[in-house]
Ligand binder design. Structure first.
Ligand SMILES: [Zn+2]
Ligand SMILES: [Zn+2]
Length: 342
């Protein structure tokens, strides 16, 4: 008796595994392709949540990264290595991510080059023996988002010039990935059955992006970690079937809350995070109302309450009768949402 291969059925599916300042990750499925959108939890926790939500980690085809803050990449290297799948970055995000993972000590350019040569030689030496360790080590990529990048006069090309390609060297090179693919904001591309339109967002990272994913005629948009919604982003968030939108903080709670003033300023800035009020303003005044699902995301645990975010968005949606068909969900920090099918 023949049974259909697993996942052979055509479908589009969106599964939020985690959302918030302690980690962000979503599985986007279109046709036979599955993409992990950000890997901001340890590999072990990502796999645990995927299984909880009915997603099979082994079937992931690629990881795609919005920006280099640790709540979006903390499990990136371990997960990509364990699954042996490519990671899609903008070049700016990849470079910033590599700088974070590079040992934090000052060195001259000559010393940096020497280190690169030494690492390349070591990679060559272990080329035959090297295998990807299947163990997940959640501590391996335990980064701090807000730490400044080290001042190393690195020529990012130097690392790659001498390095034998395709040779794992996990121990010596924390930035090693099975495969790296670059994309650019504003230039659509495809991964398998999923067409992807990356767009620039205003945020304090090297080259942050949001995405519209399209598969089988269904459009799924993700826009978190943005200080405000500029016209180019507003344009991207139209005619989508699902909208994952940041609703980070309540303005009053943030102002009266526990953060130091400098951090409050950062969150509130044009390259910080989107408030409940700003998300609601977009929904009420600039949004076309076509999504079947709106998921409020990246809620702050210190400066927001789920009910506050929900009520603020509902009020905005209720202000326009045409938006009542939109189903409103809240992404969670500590547990996955049920998969949304199209
Ligand atoms: Zn974030
Ligand atoms: Zn961020």
């Amino acid at each position: 008796m023949h049974s259909l291969p697993r996942y052979a059925q055509c479908m589009v599916r969106f599964t939020v595994l985690a959302s918030g300042s302690k980690g962000n990750s979503t599985v986007v499925t279109g046709g036979r392709t599955r993409i992990l959108l950000d890997a901001g939890l340890s590999c072990r926790e990502l796999f645990r949540r995927m299984k909880l939500a009915g997603e099979d980690p082994e079937t992931l085809d690629a990881i795609i990264v919005t920006h280099e803050h640790s709540d979006h990449v903390s499990g990136l290297a371990v997960t990509a290595r364990k699954l042996g799948i490519p990671v899609y970055f903008t070049e700016g995000t990849h470079r910033a991510w590599m700088r974070w993972l590079t040992p934090r000590r000052q060195m001259t350019y000559a010393q940096w080059l020497e280190q690169c040569r030494r690492q390349a030689a070591e990679r060559q030496a272990e080329a035959d023996a090297a295998q990807i360790d299947p163990a997940c080590d959640p501590d391996e990529a335990d980064l701090l988002a807000e730490e400044a990048a080290p001042e190393i006069p690195a020529d990012p090309q130097a690392d790659q010039t001498d390095a034998p390609t395709g040779v794992p060297s996990r121990k010596e090179d924390p930035t090693w990935l099975p495969s790296v693919e670059y994309f650019q904001a504003g230039q659509p591309f495809e991964i398998g059955d999923i067409a992807i339109s990356p767009f620039t967002i205003p945020h304090d990272a090297a080259d942050p992006v949001g995405f519209v994913f399209r598969a089988e005629g269904v459009r799924l948009a993700s826009a978190t970690d943005l200080g405000y919604i500029p016209p180019n982003v507003k344009a991207q968030l139209q005619a989508v079937d699902l909208l994952l939108l940041e609703s980070n903080h309540d303005l009053e709670m943030l102002r009266d809350g526990p953060y130091p003033w400098s951090v409050k300023q950062r969150v509130l800035s044009r390259v910080g995070h989107l408030s409940n009020e700003a998300a609601a303003d977009f929904l009420e005044n600039s949004y076309d109302g076509q999504a079947a699902y709106i998921i409020l995301a990246h809620l702050s645990e210190s400066n927001n309450l789920p009910e506050l975010a929900r009520v603020t968005a509902e009020r905005a949606l209720n202000g326009r009768a045409s938006l009542l068909a939109n189903r409103l969900l809240l992404a969670e920090q500590n547990e996955p949402l049920s998969p949304i099918y199209f």
